[in-house]
Design a protein around this ligand. Structure first.
Ligand code: AMP
Ligand code: MN
Ligand code: MN
Ligand code: MN
Length: 291
């Protein structure tokens, strides 16, 4: 059997600990029902859901890898770096994530004020109602509240009109530095993965610079198959993985509700010549023994 045998791996998704709709336990059960064999929970800037997810994965008999998705600012653009196979108790990682989260409260207040200035009043409390984790109020929670009050038909439309960069409810924010995010992941024994690079508004030269810096700092993998990628973007980042010798990840970036184009475990397989990031996980041996 080849070391990584075909595997339904989904290595990026969100629970109620950040901006997903399902609890960690419900998320893992849905993944198992969908045939996922190896799942990573990667909440934004937070690992608090991992304990529950590990326990449920054990009950469901699927493989599980602890993860996180860290918000980073690079060249004025928000970049997401996923950490996989991290030690969720590592103090360096925990302190880094605490710092990243600490800016969210003030940002949420500013978003509320920005919306207030264009006549959309008193939305902070409403957004908070959608955030099960009070330390992690984000744009998705504002978007859900604006849909709930009937302002817009769906979350994607809210982002287009109000919350995307350059729109009136968008508040620029400085997240972690790229080298710090990668450093925290590595300190915690994890593999740093460039999340959904197809989503970044970067010119080709800046995208190159992003990958140069990412690799310099110890980044090792890229999401090739992502729920956020078109077929052309899958090809583009498969080429990046080949050219740079990066490991490849496969990810739905599932959030639940009606917000995710790809359900857990339902993305395309990786191009077969790429080296899957899960070839580096000890968890792989356990799954292979079971199968
Ligand atoms: P934040 O970290 O608060 O800036 O929120 C980022 C999150 O907002 C992403 O992880 C997605 O869940 C959501 N999001 C960003 N852009 C969009 C979009 N265009 N449509 C729907 N959801 C989006
Ligand atoms: Mn999200
Ligand atoms: Mn992301
Ligand atoms: Mn995500």
């Amino acid at each position: 059997m080849p070391p990584t045998f075909p595997l339904n791996a989904d290595l990026h998704c969100h629970s109620t600990v950040s901006d997903g709709w399902l609890t960690p336990s419900d998320l893992v059960q849905r993944a198992a029902a969908n045939g996922v064999e190896l799942l990573a929970l990667t909440d934004h800037d937070e690992i608090a859901g991992i304990g529950e997810a590990v326990a449920t994965a054990r009950l469901c008999g699927i493989g599980f890898v602890p993860g996180v998705e860290i918000s980073v600012t690079f060249l004025d653009e928000t970049i997401h770096v996923v950490g996989l196979n991290i030690d969720p108790d590592h103090p360096v990682l925990l302190e880094g994530l605490r710092q990243v989260r600490s800016g969210r409260e003030e940002r949420a207040r500013q978003m509320s004020e920005a919306l207030d200035a264009i006549g959309i009043h008193d939305v902070l409390e409403g957004a908070r109602q959608f955030a099960r984790n009070p330390a992690l109020v984000g744009r998705a929670h504002f978007a859900r509240h604006l849909v709930a009050i009937g302002l817009m038909p769906d979350v994607a439309t809210v982002f287009r009109h109000y919350l995307a960069r350059g729109k009136p409810g968008y508040v620029p924010h400085v997240w972690a530095r790229l080298e710090d995010a990668v450093g925290w992941i590595r300190a915690a024994g994890g593999i740093a993965v460039m999340a959904h690079p197809g989503r970044y508004h970067l010119a080709a030269s800046d995208m190159n610079a992003l990958f140069d810096r990412f690799v310099d700092h110890g980044g090792e993998a890229v999401e090739v198959v992502s729920g956020a990628h078109t077929a052309a973007e899958v090809q583009r980042f498969a080429s990046v993985a080949r050219r740079r010798g990066l490991l490849a990840s496969r990810a739905s970036d599932f959030h639940g509700g009606d917000e995710s184009p790809v359900d857990l475990g339902r993305g395309d397989p990786l191009p077969p010549d790429l080296v899957p990031v899960w070839s580096r996980f000890p968890e792989l041996a356990r799954i292979r023994d079971r199968s």
